[in-house]
Ligand binder design. Structure first.
Ligand SMILES: *Cc1c(COP(=O)(O)O)cnc(C)c1O
Length: 234
């Protein structure tokens, strides 16, 4: 079905099937609808179909969209999943519910200082460069424990877990490997005394592999909103 509602239903049934295949409760995976490059109208359409959590990559685009959808603000959850520069932390601390893309202590410290006191703590994931390429953002696995312990100690934030964007791979077994590595990294942090519950991994092409390895948030754009004609801006 070529509509946001129809595609959302298709994605939901993929998630349910993957949960059943993995012996997981179907409500153990949250669908984050990645609405980057799509307008507020597309978000409203998904909202009308019951979708509540939305992911955005570009800060200014997201702030405009959040403002355009202010009438729904209390019912929506906004997640920043794109790179965050230190000069943009304040509006992010003020407008978002989650940030998945933290990979430096300085960014976390600024978000902590700038999170308004009247809002609940900002929910945070550390982004890990799990496929180990030089070009992608995210920190190396070896650097994760020290940063996680430091971030977990900051006020006004709640460290929830880890996020990764593995290299695309067509083969299911190969897709599982980086997701498994992220799951093992999270388990190692919990062995060191943290209580992290979130694995943000899996996108349109590999959500089944991610769920097989324990994803708790899958970030899905194309399979819900269609192809993005506009390239990454901002
Ligand atoms: C764009 C994006 C997604 C969604 O990717 P699709 O392949 O369109 O599902 C997920 N996570 C991040 C970090 C993204 O930038």
């Amino acid at each position: 079905m070529d509509s946001v509602i129809g595609r959302l239903q298709t994605v939901r049934s993929r998630i349910v099937k993957a949960c059943v295949a993995g012996g997981r409760p179907v409500d153990s995976v949250t669908l984050l609808a990645v609405s980057k490059t799509f307008g507020a109208d597309a978000v409203r359409e998904a909202f009308a179909a019951g979708q509540r959590a939305f992911g955005e990559n570009y800060v200014q685009e997201a702030l405009d969209k959040i403002a355009a959808l202010s009438d729904l603000r209390s019912q929506l959850e906004w997640h920043l999943i794109g790179p965050l520069q230190s000069n943009k932390t304040r509006p992010v601390a003020e407008a978002f519910d989650w940030v998945h893309s933290v990979d430096r202590l300085k960014i976390a410290q600024r978000l902590s200082e700038q999170r308004p006191a009247e809002l609940p703590p900002l929910q945070l994931c550390l982004q890990v460069n799990i496929s180990g390429e030089a070009s992608k953002s995210g920190l190396a696995s070896a650097e994760v424990p020290a940063l996680a312990l430091a971030v977990a100690a900051l006020p006004r934030l709640r460290l929830r877990g880890l996020m990764a964007i593995p290299e695309p791979d067509g083969d299911f077994a190969a897709q599982r490997a980086p997701h498994r590595a992220l799951r093992e990294l999270l388990a190692a942090l919990n062995d060191r005394g943290l209580a992290l519950d979130t694995l943000s991994m899996g996108m349109s092409a590999d959500l089944e592999a991610a769920i097989a390895e324990g994803a708790t948030i899958v970030r899905v754009g194309t399979a819900i909103f269609g192809g993005r004609s506009r390239p990454a801006a901002g």
